[in-house]
Write a protein that binds this ligand. Structure first.
Ligand code: MRU
Length: 346
């Protein structure tokens, strides 16, 4: 079995979507069943499934469930009957554009269906394609990103961009997997990624499963690490990249980019083209999700700040394109992205 076969965040089994419950990892590996689009939307909101590409894939299967239900209820009128479910999926989380990309692709497929046809098998086929193409893109980006690493050294990554966040293998973590297999990486440092701890709970778990040595650091240690250690690259994923190359990703990414530039460490963003929002000119317009303050005020359900203290909890930030040394996509690699350079990826 290949390493990237070992973890699957989503699987379609007997007319339902099963999601590996990422809220419980790494202590428990349990799948949650989704029988309806509403259950998929809730699972995205509650972060049972997370990571931009995985959210998109989940939404695509959500459309399959919605169409099945709409056809059972309304027959030929299923296109109208599905509208509410599509809205619920679209509103599940605001920042990752992959969600909207996947819904738009499913709607385009819906439009090709003759009136009156049962949409189920056609839409299931499209959702499966989205999932398969994402895995293929990751494997390819892994090779492309690894090829950019010319010197042996350590890498630092943020959040979780691995199999759990995608159809498999991962984006930034895919590059790390490929580069490690080629002997280019001496050490992987993973930010714990407060407050949800994607790094501590998910990235460390994935790398451990692959036998790739990983050292966890507090987010606050990143700049000092860059000063002290032989870190060659910071490698991260993205939730939305605008037409000028600005990058929204997990909160803390912007600070990493600033620190990397100050210390001569190169900054790589790895994302499939489904993460690029060509309609949005710059990162200033990206909707940034704010989550409940409780995520900060408590750790694993245990309150750490005194009652009455409030919190500000934006869960993404935007890194201006000028701090990105290289963007790796399945459509190609862009150095120092700008509106002009990005056009090569369209
Ligand atoms: C390949 S995943 C890329 C991004 O989605 C990832 O870095 C990230 O920020 C995920 O945020 P999350 O809030 O866990 O969904």
């Amino acid at each position: 079995m290949n390493a990237y076969d070992s973890v699957r965040p989503l699987r379609w089994v007997d007319s339902r979507l099963q999601l590996l419950d990422q809220r419980r990892l790494p202590l428990q590996a349990e799948y949650v069943d989704c029988y309806s689009a509403l259950e998929v939307a809730e699972s995205i909101k509650e972060m049972v499934v997370r990571g931009a590409p995985a959210i998109g894939i989940a939404a695509a299967y959500g459309v399959v469930l919605a169409a099945k239900d709409a056809y059972a209820r309304a027959g030929q009128g299923w296109r109208e009957a599905i509208a509410d479910a599509l809205r619920q999926l679209a509103n599940a989380r605001p920042t990752a554009v992959n969600l909207h990309w996947a819904l738009a692709r499913m709607e385009r497929r819906m439009a090709t269906l003759p009136i009156g046809d049962d949409p189920y098998l056609t839409l299931l086929d499209e959702a499966r394609k989205i999932q398969e193409e994402d895995l293929a893109a990751n494997l390819y980006m892994g090779e492309q990103g690894a090829a950019l690493m010319h010197e042996q050294g350590a890498v630092l990554t943020h959040c979780n961009t691995g199999s759990l966040a995608t159809a498999g293998y991962g984006t930034a973590l895919g590059v790390i997997r490929s580069a490690y297999a080629q002997g280019k990486i001496t050490e992987v440092f993973a930010d714990e990624t407060r407050p949800w701890l994607q790094g501590a709970r998910l990235t460390a778990w994935e790398l451990k499963q692959d036998g790739i040595p990983v050292k966890l650091i507090a987010d606050a240690a990143a700049a000092f690490l860059m000063k002290q250690a032989n870190v060659q690259w910071v490698v991260v994923g993205a939730d939305r990249i605008t037409a000028n190359g600005d990058v929204a990703n997990k909160i803390g990414t912007y600070g990493l980019a600033l620190a990397a530039r100050a210390h001569g460490v190169k900054f790589m963003v790895v994302a499939p083209s489904s993460t690029i929002d060509w309609e949005m000119a710059t990162g200033a317009d990206i909707p940034i999700e704010s989550r409940m303050g409780d995520e900060l005020l408590a750790v694993q359900g245990q309150r750490v700040a005194v009652e009455g203290v409030d919190a500000w909890n934006p869960v993404f930030d935007v890194t201006p394109a000028e701090y990105v040394d290289v963007l790796v996509t399945e459509r190609g690699v862009v150095h120092r992205p700008s509106r002009e350079h990005m056009a090569a990826l369209r």
